[in-house]
Design a protein around this ligand. Structure first.
Ligand SMILES: Cc1ncc(COP(=O)(O)O)c(C=O)c1O
Length: 294
């Protein structure tokens, strides 16, 4: 039997779920989303994801249709279907279907809420070992990249160009500064210092990004939030990209040239171990650490 997803208050088989062609998500990309990993059946960093969801909704002038307890109940019900398997939740809210195709935001419109769970896209162990290859590309996205909007065409085109050029990800550059990847945040290590660009409207405030900074602080690893120029990228000792599903991935090739010695670096190894330990604490549901609970 096909898995159930959540759609507007109901749990429906995935192959039976239907949304109107008049939905503003379909017509305009008028909506926001979240991707939430879950380990051993428990959502990871749920509070942080829901907080960012509420920020995205507020930024597009939508009221949050459900409260955190309601979101949590939906997610847990979806996750239960696959038991303790590691999964990811995709949660999307669009402004909903209105009678007419109208740019102006209608006053009376019911949002379309959809959430589904699927097995997590596991990191390829070979790629973790060898590191990722990235290219830099001009960032052609809009000025509100801090909103997790479903409108992702520029990200898709950049990701596609990276693939066409034999790379795994594109690092997006605006005014000479590297901000983030098409679906990831950016970290650089230089002289023992972990650096990531500060939060701004030019990048998504990644949940993994924040966790990496917290883990660095807890472990006494020096870090800074500072802008990164393309030249600095080229001279980095280490580069990483982060996301909820990629976790912390080493980048060993930049625009066809090796990053430092072309192998994942020692700081990455430390951070990857800290991240795994954090996940493991959730899995074991121990009380260790403040940052790893649901
Ligand atoms: C553009 C962009 N930046 C950063 C991230 C990383 O965010 P998170 O760590 O919350 O998954 C993503 C995640 O998909 C993204 O799409």
């Amino acid at each position: 039997m096909s898995k159930l997803l959540y759609l507007n208050g109901e749990y429906i088989a995935e192959d039976q779920a239907r949304v109107s062609v008049m939905d503003r998500g379909f017509l305009f990309g008028d909506g926001v989303y979240e991707v939430i990993p879950a380990y051993a059946g428990l959502p990871f960093r749920l509070e942080e994801h829901l907080q960012r969801l509420n920020q995205s909704l507020a930024a597009i002038h939508m009221a949050s249709p459900l409260d955190n307890a309601q979101w949590s109940e939906i997610l847990h019900r979806l996750l239960q279907q696959r038991g303790s398997e590691d999964q990811q939740i995709y949660l999307q809210i669009t402004r909903g279907a209105y009678g007419k195709r109208l740019h102006a935001i209608p006053e009376e419109v019911q949002p379309t809420i959809m959430a589904m769970a699927s097995p997590i896209n596991r990191r390829d162990p070979q790629l973790v070992k060898q590191g990722m290859s990235v290219i830099t590309l001009e960032d052609i996205r809009w000025q509100r990249c801090d909103i997790k909007a479903i409108t992702l065409l520029a990200n898709i085109l950049a990701q596609n160009q990276a693939r066409e050029e034999g790379a795994h990800e594109a690092i997006l550059v605006r005014d000479g500064l590297a901000n983030e990847g098409t679906a990831s945040n950016l970290f650089m290590v230089r002289d023992g210092l972990i650096i990531t660009p500060p939060k701004s409207t030019h990048l998504l405030p990644g949940i993994t990004r924040d966790l990496v900074l917290e883990l660095a602080a807890d472990a006494g690893l020096p870090y800074a939030e500072a802008s990164i120029s393309v030249e600095e990228l080229e001279n980095a000792d280490e580069l990483w990209i982060t996301s909820s599903t990629k976790e912390v991935m080493p980048v060993t090739c930049l625009n066809g040239k090796p990053v430092a010695n072309g192998h994942p670096g020692p700081m990455w190894e430390k951070m990857d171990a800290l991240y795994s330990a954090c996940k493991e604490r959730l899995r074991l549901r121990t009380q260790a650490g403040n940052h790893c609970h649901e």
